[in-house]
Design a protein around this ligand. Structure first.
Ligand SMILES: [Zn+2]
Length: 237
């Protein structure tokens, strides 16, 4: 009987294994706000969390900045080639030593800038260290192509949740158009290095196509560039 009870309990524990969550959206969909709210919810229940973000993101440096004005320092940043599982293990041990309580969750902002290997590390943190991981990020870049970290998260996360925001026309925004000094641009590097003021506007598919002259993807194949740039298709007018 006892053995059966232990086995039943083990099965219950297995079913409760921590998961990797990917909460994605366009720019300005409130990802950082949602992350800080999730951290607050854990801490309100007396639980400890760790906040992190890739070092490549210079916005707010080592802080998570919500557009609503809430700012909070991260516990650690992740260098481009950093061993995320090991960095997390050290940060977790330090916090648990200092607080005397277990870490209940890892929250990652700007997760699109993680490498594929680092996203695999997030999955391992959930599966092997049994700590839930909430990753927040932008799905696609200004050319409608997935960031490497986001692509891997879409592939391996247990749970996907879209955070929604509205296009200027009122439809749901899904893409991120880049403008430099007030003009939309559709060529360039995935992370903007242009001179001038670079801003992003979240657009629905229809508005993105109107601004781009019908081109969805400037990096894949010149055929689209030629046909749409030189002779707009009637279907797109
Ligand atoms: Zn629109």
């Amino acid at each position: 009987m006892l053995d059966a009870a232990i086995r039943a309990r083990e099965r219950t524990v297995d079913r409760r294994m921590a998961k990797l969550y990917f909460r994605y959206g366009a720019m300005n969909s409130g990802k950082s706000t949602a992350l800080l709210q999730a951290a607050y919810n854990y801490e309100e229940r007396g639980q400890r969390v760790l906040l992190a973000k890739p070092a490549i993101d210079s916005k707010g440096e080592a802080s998570i900045v919500s557009r609503l004005g809430v700012t909070r320092a991260v516990d650690f940043t992740v260098p481009a080639d950093g061993d995320l599982a090991e960095i997390f293990r050290r940060a977790r041990a330090r916090l648990e030593r200092e607080s005397g309580r277990p870490v209940s969750c890892l929250l990652i902002d700007e997760a699109q800038f993680l490498s594929e290997t680092q996203v695999d590390d997030l999955l391992r943190i959930a599966l092997e260290q049994d700590v839930p991981v909430l990753a927040y990020g932008i799905r696609t870049d200004f050319q409608t192509i997935a960031f490497p970290g986001s692509r891997r998260l879409l592939e391996v996360a247990h749970s996907l949740e879209e955070l929604k925001t509205i296009c200027r026309c009122g439809r749901k925004a899904v893409f991120n158009a880049r403008s430099v000094d007030g003009r939309f641009v559709f060529d360039g590097d995935q992370v903007a290095i242009e001179q001038g003021e670079v801003v992003y506007e979240s657009l629905c598919g229809q508005c993105y196509l109107e601004e781009s002259g019908g081109v969805l993807n400037h990096r894949r194949g010149p055929v689209l560039d030629v046909s749409y740039a030189d002779a707009p298709d009637a279907d797109f007018t």
